[in-house]
Design a protein around this ligand. Sequence first.
Ligand code: GLU
Ligand code: ZN
Length: 294
Amino acid sequence: MTFKTRFAPSPTGPLHLGHAYSAILAHDLAASRNGQFLLRIEDIDRSRSRPHWEEQIYDDLNWLGLSWAEPVMRQSERPHIYNQALDQLWSQGLLYPCTCNRRDIAAAVSAPQEGAPLLGPDGIVYPGTCRKRTDRTGSRPQDVPLRMDMAAAGQKLLGEAKATKTVGAFHESGAGPNGEAGTIEFTLSDLTDTIGDVVLSRRDMGTSYHLSVVLDDAAQGITHVVRGQDLFEATRIHVVLQALLGLATPHYIHHELIRDESGKRLAKRDDARAVAKYRNDGASPSDIRAMVGL
Ligand code: GLU
Ligand code: ZN
């Protein structure tokens, strides 16, 4: 099996130093293993994605001296794949429609008996308001957000193997934010208590980051996912989806985030750290490598 890594930016702003770091790591790792480095444009958010940002991604990566194996995958060209997977999960009874907005969720968790709301990878852990409200029979409802019933999903994966409490596991060859490394196992209650029922299909996108990333990494044959530690917690969601959809789990290499002088992680809006800005100011690709410690 060819060793494959990828870089999967969203074309919603300029690449900044954090992106450069991630892309260079993934590229160099593939090169060192005689493997392939692939590119994927994560443009499911049509309201924020722009063709000129996509162009600039190619331009910046070329300038950095990175080359990738063609073809580039673009998420906007794959709605049929996402729909198929949603149908599959729906027919397993694992999805339900939910139109709760942030406010509804905040109100539901601020009831006095609830204690402090728990934060998961997607924000406040969904309190499950709509879980029992809607019928899961018939065909999959369209144009409505769908959540995954995490308890039902976890139960399904546990199946007969009730003796073991581990629902899933992945191999971490980098490190999580608290130094987690090696085999990372998780239980049903880890899923229900610290992640909850995540949204798998958003109204405008007809999919979500979690669903797409899993299907696309599988379709591109990625063996080693290199990405920031901010996605470490979400990896458990991805492992659950891989198991439910019959896909292999790649190895994960979560890396540290590049931070600004005040210790804040760089955001897309942080144009001051855009690769293009340094480039216009006369920096060389090796200056960029040096700036991110490579
Ligand atoms: N598109 C995601 C981002 O730009 C990357 C997701 C991933 O690497 O899994 O943050
Ligand atoms: Zn709801």
